[in-house]
Design a protein around this ligand. Sequence first.
Ligand SMILES: Cc1cc2nc3c(=O)[nH]c(=O)nc-3n(C[C@H](O)[C@H](O)[C@H](O)COP(=O)(O)O)c2cc1C
Ligand code: SF4
Ligand code: SF4
Length: 258
Amino acid sequence: MKTFTKIAKIYFSPSSTTRKIVDEIANKFEGTQEEYDLLNVAGGNSPKEFDDDTLVIVGMPIFAGRLPKTASTKLMNFKGENIPAIAVVNYGNINIGDALIELNDILKENGFTIVGTGATVSQHSIVTDVAADRPDEKDLEKLNEFVEKCREKLDSEEFEDIEVPGNKPYCEYKKVQLTPICDESLCTYCYECVSSCPEEAIPDMDPGQTDADLCSACTACIYTCPEDARYFTGDLFERMKERFLTNFNQRKESEFYL
Ligand SMILES: Cc1cc2nc3c(=O)[nH]c(=O)nc-3n(C[C@H](O)[C@H](O)[C@H](O)COP(=O)(O)O)c2cc1C
Ligand code: SF4
Ligand code: SF4
């Protein structure tokens, strides 16, 4: 069986579901794990070239049918001539849009050989009643079957170009026009939200404020806050919730391509 010295995990995961998927995949392989957390303001900013004997696992959430802009920009810094990569986009049961083809294009452009790729479904990080508590047991079973097939393919060393759904040019990247509010009566000024924000949208000493122009609605600060002081509210959020629960609450399944 093909073995690797290093398993490099690259992910952007504001509400932690994408990280969970990446960990599930990585833990099925032997080798020392290295992490590249692109949510971290400093993470992924400098060029990185992987050595032979590395398997790369990449996980990205889908934002408005695309990869989050900050994440895709950083991902372009990772290069690996013929380095095998397993790459997934992770979405909240609404739509994949062009994110899967975008992820595959970036990795191929940077030299990686895609072993297996796909789109997994997880709890929607904004409207949490959609795909609530996913990935569940059934999702993880399907994911494990996929990883098993990736292992077989790595052993066979036969890698053909994988076709994935999506359009070119990609759909236009649209920022979701939501910004979390901070309930200062709950806030204990721990500043965890400030350091969690990939866009530096929360001023250093003033977590009560958020710069709406910088905020990408990624949800990291909401999931980080130990006091549940940060959340989305307002008409647009309520309308989004109603629309998603009415139109997109039927279970979609993960899909994989090898
Ligand atoms: C700004 C934003 C945009 C999103 N856009 C989509 C989308 O277009 N389609 C979809 O199905 N889910 C969408 N989602 C849901 C996330 O893709 C999903 O919850 C994913 O599991 C989040 O990953 P994370 O837990 O690693 O943050 C969006 C979430 C956010 C925060
Ligand atoms: S302020 Fe906006 S961009 Fe920053 S962590 Fe919170 S939701 Fe994400
Ligand atoms: S993480 Fe929550 S409690 Fe801590 S500063 Fe931010 S809003 Fe306040």
